[in-house]
Design a protein around this ligand. Structure first.
Ligand code: SF4
Ligand code: SF4
Length: 224
């Protein structure tokens, strides 16, 4: 079962986690996460949702794509129609997944929810965490091989400045655009600033972001 058939639901859940009073940027975030071809494990059939501005950009690359507007938490989102296609084993997949090699047909312009899998955001006992890790429920995902749990995510021990520069910072900035659009006050500005600093300092430790309760807008950054 797909936990979030609506990708906007997953995005907003993650933003609310990043808005908790305390959020931890874990050491695991500094590891390189590799998504290998021929997997497609995290491309089942779910909604492909965009901010209006993001959808305008998508249409510059694909002028024939027509979205559908919807209202979520009082704001307009655009969803790209996504007909389910069955794979060789009968699983419903995203219509943009290439079954021959597991690549994404709209990779450069895919929705935020498709960029996030490399970054893991979750809540434990009221505290938010942001890290990189293979899917906790990977055992329950079925890639194109049809073998349940045989997903091809790979964690490397090393830090990859290229991944941070060309993926992580872009994804975090895109999440911050969503947060601003939905008026969710997250720790993303401090998190982004810290990630940029670590690119220079290479201080690969755990960072904590705390928001004091009074006044609500005052935030402190600390590291352990
Ligand atoms: S499950 Fe992992 S390797 Fe497979 S498509 Fe998703 S991120 Fe890539
Ligand atoms: S849009 Fe691309 S990355 Fe997203 S689910 Fe579909 S095939 Fe996968």
């Amino acid at each position: 079962m797909v936990r979030y058939p609506n990708s906007w639901e997953k995005n907003l859940h993650q933003l609310h986690v990043l808005a908790l009073p305390e959020v931890v940027l874990s050491e695991g975030f500094w590891r390189e996460f590799v998504c290998n071809l021929h997997c497609g494990g995290c491309c089942p059939h779910f909604s492909l949702d965009y901010l209006p501005l993001e959808f305008d950009i998508l249409q510059t690359a694909y002028p024939n794509m027509v979205g559908q507007s919807m209202i979520v938490e009082g704001k307009t989102l655009i969803t790209l129609p996504n007909e389910a296609q069955k794979d060789a084993y009968g699983f419903d997949r995203c219509q943009y997944l290439d079954h021959t090699n597991g690549s994404c047909g709209i990779h450069d312009w895919n929705p935020l929810s498709c960029q996030i899998p490399l970054i893991s955001i979750y809540e434990v006992k009221g505290r938010g965490y942001i890290t990189k890790r293979p899917f906790a429920r990977g055992w329950n995902m079925t890639p194109l091989s049809g073998v349940r749990g045989d997903i091809l995510c790979e964690m490397k021990a090393e830090f990859s400045p290229k991944q941070v520069r060309e993926n992580d910072l872009i994804v975090l900035a895109r999440m911050h655009e969503w947060a601003k659009y939905f008026e969710i006050e997250t720790h993303l500005p401090e998190i982004i600033r810290t990630v940029r600093e670590v690119m220079l300092t290479r201080n690969f430790v755990r960072y904590r972001f705390r928001r004091s309760q009074t006044p609500a807008s005052t935030k402190t950054r600390s590291k352990r």
